[in-house]
Design a protein around this ligand. Structure first.
Ligand code: ADP
Ligand code: ZN
Ligand code: ZN
Length: 816
């Protein structure tokens, strides 16, 4: 047979692997293979996977190739544009296409022998089924879950994925992420004032009077009406909680036609209603929009640098509306945590059902639904970094809000991509425009703007009457010396808290460390509580009565005496949010204080519950970590307290100053966002620190000029590119030898560009010794490709060595 008679596919296997794998296509499947469809393959000894077709060809360099077993999709599930983006990410970030596919595809699209399936809770008695399909569903009646391998065995078939897919398409079967989430999507009840009462004021009053005698019903209704001038849909459970009533009240109010109710899947939202909000822009905002559009004529990217509270969101909204009206799609990227904030609610008021949210909190079936909606031109997606992987059809605009935020960069696992940077490639593919927004732009983006690569648009004042907050610095050294401290609080801060509480205003207290105390130490022998697996201290959590490693999750009981010298001489050093909360509760016992950090609110649901309660005024003081910084807009907050800013200022990293400026400015920016002048009190030992001055003066330019000079002097980005290579191994000497070997190889070729090897910042992680090398590459250098190719080859070489084959090698391009 001639070679041209043969057909091969190169496929991406959903495993953490580099590159593509070649399979041959048997005759009977030839008509069905297309780029972007999934095929069933055998990989390794006997494991089956659904792999994605990347290329179809008549040639193969391999002697022996296996046949694909089946074609799973009729139509491509990824577009060629997506595959191009994956290629770019793989080249730029030195990661595997398999790794990218794991990050990009919804779970239900990634099938393997181990994938567990379960039956959806629907009746299938009247559905037309093949014998195999019927047998699978029957089996799942008996055993709740089955792996694909199990099904293969009992059907005695080599290839079963298509059968499973057919059941999934008909929503009879689903893939499970973990056993926890196997219930079908929970339902949420939403209530709203009956339309007859909205239209007619007299009717409304009659209705109110009619329930006057019933205390619970009145309380329920008033809770619904509070802060809700346009009578939007609210969650029934929230109103019940707030009014301390029960669902029987809802039934009565429904009967009396005072409210209406609808039930929706969690993560679905009531439809958009016209009356919700009409957009009037200020002159400054209109001018900014004109400037953005003018710049977009010659550039693809604009940076909107607007101080906190300057009204950037309204500018986004206007541009989104225009893009949608022109028939093109919009992607709005947000840092993960900001997705729980009111910002999404605000956007939803304008876009209702047009807006879909895509982030880690949504379940499998929602993920798939959004994926398909996107393919079908759905107008507006709001999401975290992974939404750049959605299959857009006709993207017109990408907004990257809080563009400086480090959560756009994925740290672990690979692909270690920066969504902000990858979005540029995505935009190019669609010829879409990009708007970056921030009050504290990243050094990289601002440099691009200064160099005229990006358009720069500035808003230097807050919206309306609101002024920038006044920032007061409290020198801790003096405060301690003159006894003006009560615990961790200076007298000035306490006085200010008191006066705000009297005025019924709200307060945010910021401390970038969770738990009760970060270090437990013995006064006698200097023993310190450290993790056995990792080179860090264990944090003491009083609430849970344990010591915990924030890296590997190890938990231990709190010892009552020193494990080393057996003395009762243990003391806690330093303090976290938990201890602050406790201390504040002792000082203000009457006041409702709540913590907002990963311990108090790990899930999206609990996060939004706390924020909602704060918004409603049920909480007076919120004590939190950097979760407080992202996109919060509370009009009653007139005081922000920052305890011990020093911890933020000194950090062994070339971005430390930039991060400190961003964090302090963003936290400060939560204060006084309406008509009243807000205050910020920063407590610090190093009051002379220049970053503190810049923050106090709201002076980004001075900060930037100093910082960019430092970066130039010490040769850091944006003047060079950095690639970090980390090697991890359980044995210290293997980690040391292999990194030494790699460094020598690279130094021979690239000389002084190679820094290290050295211990990583955390030298031991989850039982692995971690060693690192940094590579600095000149910006304009045509060496970049060459260096990257060699890094790839050398790392492969390292892994090929018998003694080193289980090394873990992490490559991080543009580390953050
Ligand atoms: P930023 O995103 O720049 O921090 P926001 O968009 O949150 O600022 O605006 C700050 C406040 O000003 C918000 O409460 C917002 O509702 C209000 N605001 C901004 N623009 C307008 C406008 N055109 N009309 C009415 N209110 C506005
Ligand atoms: Zn001791
Ligand atoms: Zn640990």
């Amino acid at each position: 047979m001639e070679d041209t008679d043969k057909l091969f596919v190169e496929v991406i296997v959903p495993l953490a692997l580099d590159g593509c794998f070649t399979y041959s296509v048997p005759l009977h499947l030839r008509d069905r293979v297309k780029i972007g469809v999934r095929v069933e393959i055998e990989f390794g000894k006997s494991k089956k996977y659904s792999a994605l077709v990347k290329k179809i060809t008549n040639e193969s360099n391999w002697q022996k190739v296996k046949d694909i077993l089946d074609v799973l999709d009729e139509n491509p599930i990824v577009t060629t544009r997506q595959l191009q983006l994956w290629d770019w990410i793989s080249d730029y970030y030195l990661c595997g296409l398999g790794e990218i596919s794991l990050a990009a595809l919804p779970n239900s699209y990634r099938l393997s022998s181990e994938t567990l399936v379960l039956k959806e809770a629907v009746d299938y008695s009247s559905v037309e089924l093949t014998d195999d399909e019927y047998q699978i569903l029957e089996a799942l009646e008996i055993r709740e879950t089955l792996s694909i391998q199990d099904i293969q065995l009992f059907l005695m078939k080599k290839s079963v994925m298509r059968t499973l897919k057919s059941l999934m398409d008909r929503k009879l079967l689903t893939v499970i992420e973990s056993l926890k989430s196997k219930n079908s999507t929970p339902q949420v009840k939403w209530i709203k004032l009956h339309p007859r009462l909205i239209e007619d004021k007299a009717e409304f009053n009659i209705a109110l009077n009619s329930i006057q005698k019933n205390e619970n019903q009145t309380r329920f209704l008033l809770s619904y009406l509070m802060n809700n001038p346009t009578f939007i849909w609210k969650k029934q459970s929230e109103i019940i909680n707030k009014s301390k009533t029960s669902s029987s009240v809802v039934i009565s109010l429904l009967k009396k036609e005072i409210i209406i109710l609808q039930e929706l899947d969690k993560f679905s939202y009531p439809a958009y209603e016209e009356n919700s909000s009409h957009l009037v822009l200020s002159d400054e905002q209109s001018i900014a929009i004109d400037q953005i559009k003018e710049n977009w004529k010659s550039k693809d990217v604009c940076l909107l640098k607007g101080v906190t509270g300057s009204g950037k969101t309204h500018i986004y909204i206007k541009l989104i509306q225009e893009t949608i009206a022109s028939g093109r799609q919009v992607l709005y990227l947000l840092p993960e945590i900001a997705l729980t904030s009111q910002l999404v609610l605000r956007l939803r008021q304008h876009f209702g059902d047009q807006l879909l949210e895509y982030h880690s909190g949504i379940g499998n079936s929602n993920r798939l639904a959004i994926w398909n909606a996107c393919l079908n031109n759905h107008p507006f997606i709001v999401g975290a970094r992974s939404s750049i992987f959605l299959p857009f059809n006709n993207l017109g605009l990408i907004i990257i809000d809080e563009e400086h935020d480090q959560s756009y960069k994925q740290v672990d696992p690979a692909p270690r991509y920066n969504a902000r940077d990858a979005a540029l490639i995505l935009a190019q593919e669609h010829q879409a425009k990009i708007l970056l927004g921030s009050a504290t732009p990243s050094i990289e983006s601002y440099t691009n703007a200064v160099q005229n690569k990006y358009g720069l648009i500035e808003l230097n004042a807050r919206f309306g009457e609101s002024k920038m907050p006044e920032i007061i610095l409290i020198p801790l050294k003096e405060a301690y010396k003159y006894n003006r401290m009560k615990g961790f609080f200076s007298e000035d801060l306490l006085l200010e808290i008191e006066s705000q509480l009297q005025r019924k205003k709200q307060i945010l207290i910021f401390r970038n460390r969770r738990g009760y105390s970060p270090v437990l130490q013995c006064r006698n022998c200097n023993w310190e509580a450290k993790c056995e697996q990792c080179d860090i201290h264990l944090t003491l959590h009083k609430q849970y009565h344990h010591l915990k490693c924030h890296l590997c999750g190890l938990k231990k009981p709190i010892p009552s005496k020193c494990p080393q010298c057996s003395q009762h001489s243990l003391k806690m050093i330093g303090f976290g949010t938990e201890k602050i909360e406790e201390e504040l509760s002792l000082i203000f016992p009457e006041i409702n204080i709540q913590r907002f950090d990963l311990d108090a609110a790990r899930s999206k649901v609990s996060q939004s519950q706390i924020l909602e309660a704060f918004h409603e005024g049920d909480i007076q003081i919120l004590v939190g970590t950097q979760m407080l910084t992202k996109g919060l807009d509370f009009d009653q907050v007139l005081l922000v307290g920052i305890l011990q800013a020093d911890q933020i200022l000194f950090y062994p990293d070339f971005r430390a100053q930039e991060r400190a400026f961003q964090l302090l400015t963003q936290v400060s920016g939560r204060s006084g966002r309406r008509d009243d002048l807000g205050k910020v009190i920063i407590q610090a030992f190093n009051v002379q620190h220049p970053v503190l001055k810049d923050v106090m003066n709201h002076d980004f330019e001075t900060f930037y000029n100093r910082e960019i000079n430092e970066r130039k002097k010490f040769v850091y980005p944006p003047f060079v590119r950095i690639v970090r290579i980390e090697i991890r191994h359980r044995k210290e000497e293997v980690a040391n030898q292999s990194i030494e070997y790699l460094a020598t190889l690279l130094k021979k070729q690239y000389g002084k560009r190679i820094l290290g090897p050295a211990d990583s910042t955390i030298a031991r992680i989850k039982g692995y010794y971690a060693r690192e090398i940094f590579i600095k590459i000149e910006k304009k250098s045509n060496l970049i490709k060459n260096i990257k190719d060699n890094i790839r080859n050398h790392c492969q070489e390292l892994k090929n060595q018998e003694a080193w084959h289980n090394l873990r090698i992490l490559i991080d391009v543009d580390p953050y």
